[in-house]
Design a protein. Sequence first.
Length: 317
Amino acid sequence: MRTLIKCFLVICVVFVQAAFAEQKIVEHQSVKLMTESFGAPENPAVLLIMGAGASKDFWPDSLVDKLSKQGFFVIRFDHRDTGESTHVDYQKNPYDLNDLTKDALAILDAYHIQKANVVGFSLGGFIGQLLEIHHPERLKTVTLIGTTAYYAPLMEALSGQPNPSDLPSPDPVIIAKINQLLAYQPKNEADQIKQMVAFQKQISGSGPFDEAYWDKITKRSLKRDIVKKPNFNHVTAQKVKMEDWRPSLKKVEVPTLIIQGQEDPFFPEPHGKEMAKALKNSQLVEIPHMGHVIAPYYEDQFLKVMIPFWKSHNNSK
């Protein structure tokens, strides 16, 4: 009987660790970063870094839950200028990608994590690359999703300037939509949510689009957001210094998994191929019908490649 009770308690503890999050505020560079962890802290760490202007809500709960149940300690967080983290007056306190990279390092320090598996989507992928270029000692692996080693084609397209790179420019229809979104003043919160969900649909590719999911996540993120309106400081931060990282990536030895959506309108397929070409210790996986998106529909495809990749490189603590 005692054995059965012990087994039951162990099962309950495992369930609680996987199902419930622990929140922590990390203070760094005069900003407060809202973080959230899942699973047992002694497990290999996974730091999830979202894209520009996106809070931690845009990492699907189901994906985080599955990762923690696979034996990982998972952390997601609100970037500065998103969610419940500090919103910055950019004119008075400008920052760039290096500062956002330091935010990620500060979170690892706050959780006493020496080395982590870092997963970066879009702008989060820029941060992942800066980490493996400048701080490889803090990494077990890096997973890059929907990103590029040189984002100048995107930034110049947004400004109406010619592409300075051999990498392809984004879809001009999407660029027009982004500029429209940047200039748009929503009439009310419902209108803002409608615009954001419609934009997400446009960039998600031809795979299934769950409008109810995106409506729910957008509402949740907006409800938590301190200023309750879109913030484009991350776009400004990207313009501070647009550097082609491909030469630096050639020196990187960190095991890197690259996940490329075959229908990514921001960073078409050659962007993923170029990263794989530069990173000698990398694996490229292309997903059909996937655009510029992290969504529950694709998470099992992510897990199918991420879990084996991480486990093969997680021998060290």
